[in-house]
Design a protein around this ligand. Structure first.
Ligand code: SF4
Length: 372
């Protein structure tokens, strides 16, 4: 039996490897017992050849993956795969790097994973982005031919990102607008969670197929629910307490950021659950509204301060509600419930109004106006 402290790969003990497999298994929505199968699959089927191409982007997706505060994620990813070509990380350059790319594509034809970071310009035959004399369009089409599957890391590769924002001078698009005959998995985010990339690779190694995707090509296990459903500020949203401005006491008190433009109610992602970099931080937790970076219809389409329409209010299920009956100022919960039910039925505004106070005030002096 292997020792817990035995190293799975440099910087990762076996214990940490198993813990990561358990976390990834939970993220994929698989039963707990499946973590052993995931671990076995990674050990047995690991090291698939990966070709990682950079096009119109800021390298933030690679940076996010590599700068995780805990070494496990980046170490695991780099150990789980055979990274044959990555312009930022590889030591070689010029003709040497091009040879590595060519050799890997030939030796692993039909089997390698192609990871794309960045959008692809298409106007004027794609001259706006060239590497080694070839346009991004040519490089993508060539590399896609021999790929088993394509993973688009980040919103730019998935949907075009900021490069595709109006007026989109270079005609930037995402991979799925160009490649039509390969399985494509989109891992959007600006940057995306490294865990979502890791879990997708683990799923692929375990089941030898792409995970179930939504209509935007995203794995449902990571993008199946709205951020708003698990947000720690959701009790304030339900209670009608909103931050009024950056730096205002209502902001410092952790009130809901909806009125500052939070796109959480319309954004599908797991940031409010999985968070980033093992320190429990994500934009909303540190006071910045969600900008909807996983949604092609929101990111760079709507201003940061612009409020999104709330359709199909989803139930909140992670945190206890805030106590509105502080120091006898608020109504009792039963009264609140009846008032809320009546208001909700009349206005169809869902759970937020269910706890709105009848006198227009709240127990801590915050803004308790309607969300919309
Ligand atoms: S609107 Fe934003 S800050 Fe408010 S509860 Fe929803 S996700 Fe959280």
């Amino acid at each position: 039996m292997k020792d817990d402290n035995e190293m799975f790969c440099p910087g990762v003990t076996r214990r940490n490897f198993i813990k990561t497999c358990v976390a990834a298994t939970a993220m994929m929505g698989l039963p707990f017992s499946m973590h052993t199968k995931v671990a076995e699959a990674v050990e047995k089927n690991g090291n698939p050849s990966v070709i990682w191409l950079h096009f119109q982007e800021c390298t933030g997706c690679s940076e996010s993956l590599l700068r995780s505060t805990h070494p496990t994620i980046s170490s695991l990813i780099l150990d789980m795969i055979s990274l044959d070509y990555h312009e930022t990380l590889m030591a070689g350059a010029g003709a040497q790097a091009e040879k590595a790319l060519h050799d890997s594509m030939q030796a692993n034809a039909g089997k390698y994973l192609l990871v794309v970071e960045g959008a692809i310009p298409t106007k004027q035959s794609g001259i706006f982005c060239k590497v080694s004399g070839k346009t991004a369009l040519e490089s993508l089409q060539h590399a896609a031919e021999g790929a088993a599957a394509i993973i688009c890391i980040g919103t730019c590769a998935s949907y075009g990102g900021i490069q595709a924002a109006a007026p989109n001078p270079t005609g930037a698009v995402g991979v799925r607008d160009i490649v039509k005959d390969k399985p494509i998995i989109n891992i959007p985010g600006c940057p995306p969670s490294p865990y979502n990339f890791l879990s997708t690779v683990m799923y692929y190694l375990t089941f030898k197929k792409v995970p179930e995707l939504d209509d935007l090509g995203r794995p449902k296990f990571a993008y199946g629910r709205k951020i708003h459903e698990h947000c720690e500020r959701r009790p304030h949203f339900d209670a009608g307490r909103f931050a009024q401005a950056y730096g205002h006491p209502t902001h410092a008190q952790g009130y809901c950021l909806y009125k500052l433009g939070c796109k959480g109610p319309a954004t599908y992602a797991n940031c409010s659950v999985q968070r980033f970099n093992d320190v429990g931080a994500w934009p909303v937790s540190i006071g910045h509204p969600c900008i909807g970076c996983t949604q092609p219809d929101i990111l760079f389409q709507k201003a940061i301060a612009e409020k999104v329409q709330i359709h199909e209010p989803t139930p909140f299920d992670s945190y206890a509600p805030v106590d509105l009956k502080e120091k006898g100022k608020g109504p009792d919960p039963l009264t609140t419930g009846f008032v809320g039910l009546a208001a909700g039925a009349a206005l169809g505004a869902g759970a937020m109004l269910a706890k709105k106070l009848p006198n227009g005030e709240n127990s801590q002096g915050g803004d308790d106006e309607k969300a919309e």
